[in-house]
Write a protein that binds this ligand. Structure first.
Ligand code: SAM
Length: 237
């Protein structure tokens, strides 16, 4: 999968391109992650990407020209089915909330272009003219779209074939089947008086599977009943 990121801080992506799971996916050529400096699409001496808002108010707004030209250079023009070669997502707190189902859908794409806002956000015409969808990573406001873009990139990358050592691990993970995953344990069998449930050490695979399914149901009911469509539970994270 190719992922192009448009940002005024392309260097923020460097450590992620060479570290851990994403680093391995890039090294193996499973992901081709390229971060582009938005200022490369400016035309003035100061490489300006922002301007004051029409109507007044605090802060600066990202200008439409460099963003639209960058997106069109990387993804083709919006609204022209032949010309558009990638799905263009703007990271925005006003976007649709990212969840695992959407991540799975995005993992089917061959080319994503991620656009990172800064300042007070981007001129609306960028969205109207060049963006396919707006993506939020949660109901809070960050200073820029770079961390949200990295969240999306890591969530998508780990689903790509060949990235996870054991593809079965994605199968049992939280949200994969509408449930949270239950508790997990490793050695030692007893730690500070807390013992690993005997069933997990029994070697009885059917009993282990049953126990895990029950715990997943129980954890989801207690912490995230909304996932079961059951209203609020006694505990939320
Ligand atoms: N003025 C905007 C508003 O009220 O909706 C917020 C702008 S925010 C300070 C600057 C940039 O950070 C946004 O353009 C977006 O790219 C990014 N951003 C901030 N919070 C985000 C979130 N929860 N999800 C995705 N992107 C976010």
């Amino acid at each position: 999968m190719r992922i192009d990121v448009v940002t005024i801080f392309p260097e923020l992506f460097e450590p992620f391109r060479s570290t851990a799971l994403l680093g391995a996916a890039c090294a193996q050529g499973i992901v081709d992650l390229r971060s582009h400096d938005l200022r490369d699409w400016t035309r003035d001496r100061h490489r300006t990407v922002d301007d004051t808002p029409y109507g007044g108010g605090p802060g600066m707004v990202m200008k439409p020209e460099p963003l639209v030209e960058a997106i069109e250079a990387l993804a083709g023009a919006k609204g022209t089915a032949d010309a558009r070669t990638a799905r263009v997502l703007l990271l925005s707190p006003q976007g649709r909330r990212l969840d695992q189902a959407w991540v799975e859908e995005l993992a089917q794409e061959s080319h994503l272009v991620l656009v990172c806002g800064r300042y007070e956000g981007v001129d609306q015409r960028v969205i109207d003219l060049a963006v396919d969808e707006e993506v939020s990573i949660g109901d809070y406001v960050l200073a820029g779209g770079e961390l949200p873009a990295l969240v999306l990139i890591e969530a998508v990358t780990r689903l790509l074939p060949g990235v996870m050592g054991n593809p079965a691990s994605a199968e049992t993970e939280s949200f994969q089947h509408g449930l949270l995953e239950g508790p997990q344990y490793t050695r030692p069998a007893i730690y500070r008086g807390h013992e690993v449930p005997a069933v997990l050490r029994s070697g009885d695979h059917a009993a282990v599977a049953r126990w895990r399914a029950e715990r997943a149901q129980e954890t989801t009911t207690r912490r995230r009943p909304d996932l079961l469509g059951a209203g609020r539970g006694e505990e939320t994270r």
